[in-house]
Ligand binder design. Structure first.
Ligand SMILES: Nc1ncnc2c1ncn2[C@@H]1O[C@H](COP(=O)(O)OP(=O)(O)OP(=O)(O)O)[C@@H](O)[C@H]1O
Ligand SMILES: [K+]
Ligand SMILES: [Mg+2]
Length: 678
């Protein structure tokens, strides 16, 4: 096969890159989101946010009141209560709106393509079902999601990643998954379709960025329940206030009671909660990470252990054969021939590189039976009549031979391993005779650059990194040392990987895993945060709950930051919201009862103009604070690596104390304006 991978990529006029937007709120977005915010006034939508539903009911009650007993006061209160609900919906609509543009770009990728089956038959891409085999050649769009089962090609994935550099996709290894709608730039591949039309990766991406598939996380549900309980408590408190007020001869008009309830219940966080969650998912999309579940994003904020697969995750993953080393009097030609023969049908990158090093492809002899590589056996090879050849991990092949390795094999294997290379022992068995080692193949792999710094950063965030690999302990140690991970597990089978995760989780820890291979799939599924590399296999992408379009294992640092930021933002705004309401209490209660109890005037520390202006100011402040906090909810509170207690102290100070003070200033300022009306 000829590859043209070093040719400059064909420039396709694809959609523009997606990483365009800044974290700041575009005022235009507030306007364009307004219709959506009004639409959300539908009570069936509102009930999902109990706090804001109560405000909506209050708005209806006060509107009726304002119609029956019109006055400037009642009309102003009714209008501002409605605005409170609209502002809350606006926060959610704005958060959702940011994904809409992205969804549009993605939709343009979903052009009608024609698929060519291996049989030559041409069908519309929508007619493809999982299992179908299609041929895609240079210049053509890949008609559906699948795995490359034959060939190597460079693919332009800019439509989904926004990254213009082409990527290599090949059969056999851990870089086999292709996405429908991306373009093959060179060569010819056969793709086995894995996704039904309508359930493709791009379809899922669109649903995700539009927020269509968003479900409340357990944490959000718990917080909503807490907020609803607080709301009930305040409702009861205000309801029982009236008899006392009546007793004191200061019976309050209904609209004042409604205003009081709205000011006391946690409307700020109730209004922003959903926007905070959507914005978190959106921030991930901005960094080319697709999170399939909000729960995983939150879990990322509390992760304590990160497991990484070695080959293709910490290393570049194109493990290439660089040398054949014969042992025990075997001739160089003999080991080269055996290595080549055993790899003729080995579609893994390792297998192909062995054939290439041995001089290229030759026709296999008649009657040969190939034994494919599996992660469990860690061997591959051929059976040729009564002659068997195997190559694979030293421990596996030596077990197959039965017996301990010769000193010569042992020392070659150890030397290769100690340098971070992967030794593959080649052995042969003829008839019933004893098996013997023929030599060792040296596979070379390179640690990706910048790993050590990134792992240091994870350590500062309190996260332990563990590399898990199917490779031998010596190679594993060499690579682990070079990359700077905290720990490693070698000779791990897919089950071992999963067991390690379960063991870590048993202690109540949250575990993240990044991987790309089919052998990583069980572990990716078991992890709390399973990040599959986009370059990996379909099985891995299916099993994880996040996909990194950039296939960068250290992306987890950003994922963790975004998760932490989400949790901190939610906590900070909850603190602010509740502190805020306490302050409003002091604005309204004295105003309500000052005529009955003139001594209460000492509580009126803000020296507000009149009881009516005090209530109106509190209601207006309550609504405006929601709008003022939308940018913070969308952008998130800044996260800097520090201890959890230091962070808590800081947030209590800023958002707790701030929440107490800001309303006094805000309500006073509004009162200075409002006093001219009353
Ligand atoms: N094509 C092959 N034929 C024979 N043996 C192989 C082949 N590819 C890999 N091996 C051996 O099997 C071992 C396990 O491979 P596997 O792909 O499961 O893990 P890995 O890629 O080394 O590690 P990781 O789990 O980090 O990706 C390798 O270390 C190597 O010794
Ligand atoms: K409130
Ligand atoms: Mg692997």
């Amino acid at each position: 096969m000829t590859t043209t991978l070093d040719q400059p990529p064909v420039q396709t006029p694809g959609p523009e890159p997606r990483r365009v937007q800044s974290g700041l709120l575009d005022p235009k977005l507030l306007l364009t989101s307004l219709p959506g915010a009004v639409k959300k006034l539908d009570p069936r939508v509102m009930v999902r946010t109990p706090v804001m539903f109560v405000v909506e009911v209050g708005s209806v009650v006060s509107t009726v009141f304002a119609i029956v007993d019109p006055s400037v006061f009642s009309i102003v209160v009714a209008v501002w209560l409605w605005l409170t609900v609209v502002f809350a919906n606006l926060a959610e609509a704005v958060a959702e709106g940011r994904g809409k543009a992205q969804a549009e770009t993605l939709r343009r990728t979903k052009t009608e393509t024609v698929a060519r089956r291996v049989t030559g038959e041409e069908v519309p891409a929508t007619a493809l079902v999982p299992g179908d085999l299609v041929v895609v050649e240079a210049g053509q769009l890949i008609p559906g999601d699948g795995d490359v089962v034959e060939g190597v090609a460079s693919v332009d994935e800019s439509a989904i990643t926004g990254e213009s550099a082409p990527v290599i996709r090949e059969s056999g290894g851990d870089r086999s998954a292709v996405t429908g709608g991306t373009r093959v730039l060179s060569d010819r591949i056969v793709v086995k379709i894995t996704a039904k039309a309508g359930e493709s990766f791009i379809d899922r991406m669109i649903a995700l960025v539009e927020g269509a598939s968003r479900q409340k996380t357990p944490n959000e549900i718990a917080l909503n329940i807490l907020l609803a309980s607080l709301t009930i408590v305040f409702l009861l408190a205000v309801a029982t206030l009236q008899p006392f007020a009546a007793f004191a001869g200061a019976s309050q008009p209904l609209i004042v009671l409604v205003a009081l309830v709205v000011c006391l219940i946690p409307t700020t966080i109730g209004a922003l909660l959903s926007a905070i969650g959507i914005a978190g998912m959106d921030r991930l999309v901005q960094r080319n990470v697709l999170a399939m579940s909000g729960r995983a994003v939150e879990a990322a904020g509390d992760v304590t252990t990160l497991l990484l697969d070695k080959t293709g995750t910490i290393t570049l993953g194109n493990r290439e054969a660089t040398e054949f080393l014969a042992v025990g009097g075997v001739s160089p030609a003999e080991i080269t021939g055996a290595a080549q023969l055993s790899s003729l049908a080995d579609e893994t990158p390792e297998g192909r590189s062995i054939v290439a090093l041995a001089g290229g492809h030759v026709e296999p002899p008649a009657g040969v039976v190939f034994v494919p590589f599996t992660a469990e056996t860690r061997m591959s090879g051929v059976d040729l009549g009564d002659r068997q050849i195997r190559k694979g991990a030293a421990s596996a092949v030596l077990k197959w031979i039965g017996g301990s390795p010769s000193a010569e094999v042992g020392s070659i294997v150890d030397t290769i391993s100690a340098s971070g290379g992967t030794p593959l022992v080649v052995a042969e068995k003829v008839g019933d005779g004893p098996a013997r080692a023929l030599g060792v193949i040296r596979l070379k792999d390179v640690v990706k650059s910048g790993m050590r710094e990134r792992f240091d950063e994870l350590r500062r965030m309190g996260i332990r990194t563990v590399m898990i690999t199917g490779d031998n302990p010596l190679t594993a140690k060499a690579i682990a040392d070079e990359a700077g991970v905290d720990d490693f597990l070698a000779e791990a089978t897919p089950e071992d990987k999963m067991r390690l995760i379960r063991a870590e989780q048993e202690g109540g820890k949250l575990v993240a895993m990044t991987g790309d291979g089919t052998n990583d799939a069980p572990a990716l599924a078991a992890a709390d945060v399973g990040v599959a590399m986009n370059s990996g296999t379909s099985a891995a992408k299916e099993a994880g709950n996040m996909v990194d379009l950039d296939s960068d294992p250290t992306k987890l640092i950003e994922i963790v930051e975004i998760g932490k930021q989400l949790l901190i933002t939610r906590g900070a705004l909850t603190t602010f919201s509740i502190a805020n309401d306490v302050a409003k209490y002091f604005a309204i209660i004295p105003a309500m009862f000052v005529t009955a109890y003139p001594s209460l005037d000492t509580l009126n520390i803000m020296r507000l103009h009149s009881p009516q202006s005090a209530i109106v100011s509190a209601v207006i402040f309550n609504a405006l604070v929601i709008v003022a906090l939308i940018p913070l909810a969308l952008r998130g509170v800044r996260y800097t690596p520090s201890s959890a207690s230091a962070m808590l102290r800081r947030n209590l100070l800023v958002y707790g104390l701030g929440g107490l003070i800001v309303p006094f200033v805000g309500i006073k300022l509004i009162d200075l304006v409002v006093q001219f009306v009353f």
